[in-house]
Design a protein around this ligand. Structure first.
Ligand code: PGA
Ligand code: MG
Length: 244
């Protein structure tokens, strides 16, 4: 259908068609968790855990169970997997942990991919001049590497990892959220995450939080304690608008 004159005029005044239909959002910054929120990472994380488990003579974790171990960072993930099979003395655990990190450094974007609607959601937020910051419990270097490989890194004003703020200052502590607020240029921030680590960090920082149901959520529906829950990233912008 040929555009009417009226449509043309509207488009002339409002450079982007999406901008014309845009909802205003009451946030200057959106903080994003990574694993289970923006990226589906469990297959590569699972392979790294299984590499370490194999080295220690343990049975592999089934692919669909790997996602249950994600949320607290790599060390907690391996610790949980090892403890499920009887545990290990500290020095032997360290050997496996190092091997897992070395494996993941070389294999962190083999199967990892953005969730459906991730790219368009980040684009839609960027169009609104909203600053986006990643707050993950992954090591910052891994997060940066993966986002660069997937061509998503340039959407973010900052990438804050589990090691960025120092010991004891990863989610569920509020410190990385405050840092996201600072590096995002200040102003009101809403957080989006899939696990109770995310909700606890956001609550501690006193910012609104949206729960990603499609991720590696460790709580039943409605029990995450988030202000809203979404089934897909396509629901994020409307959910943020309703939080205002
Ligand atoms: O890797 C993890 O265990 C957690 O990472 P996330 O904070 O991005 O969910
Ligand atoms: Mg997560």
């Amino acid at each position: 259908m040929a555009p009417s004159l009226a449509t043309n005029r509207l488009q002339f005044e409002e450079p982007s068609a999406t901008a014309a239909a845009m909802t205003d959002l009451p946030f200057a910054i959106i903080g994003f968790d990574l694993d289970g929120t923006l990226l589906e990472t469990h297959r590569d994380l699972g392979a790294a855990v299984n590499h370490a488990l194999d080295l220690g003579g343990f049975a592999p974790v089934p692919a669909d169970h790997a996602s249950d171990l994600i949320g607290g960072g790599a060390k907690i993930m391996l610790q949980r997997a090892v403890d499920e099979q009887g545990g290990l003395p500290e020095d032997e655990f360290r050997r496996l942990y190092k091997a897992m990190l070395a494996y993941y450094a070389d294999n962190n974007a083999v199967h990892t991919q953005p969730y459906p609607h991730a790219r368009e959601t980040l684009d839609a937020l960027r169009e609104r001049d909203i600053a986006m910051v990643v707050v993950t419990n992954k090591f910052e270097s891994f997060a940066r590497q993966i986002l660069t490989t997937l061509d998503l890194a340039d959407h973010f004003a900052a990438i804050i990892g589990g090691d960025t703020m120092g010991k004891g200052k990863a989610k569920p502590a509020p410190d990385p959220i405050f840092e996201a607020q600072r590096r995002g240029g200040g102003g009101s921030l809403a957080f989006v995450g899939d696990s109770s680590y995310d909700v606890a960090a956001a609550r501690a920082a006193r910012v609104p939080v949206i729960g990603a149901r499609y991720g590696y959520c460790d709580k039943p529906r409605g029990e995450l304690g988030a202000d809203a829950e979404i089934e897909s990233l396509a629901e994020l912008v409307p959910a943020l608008a309703r939080l205002g």
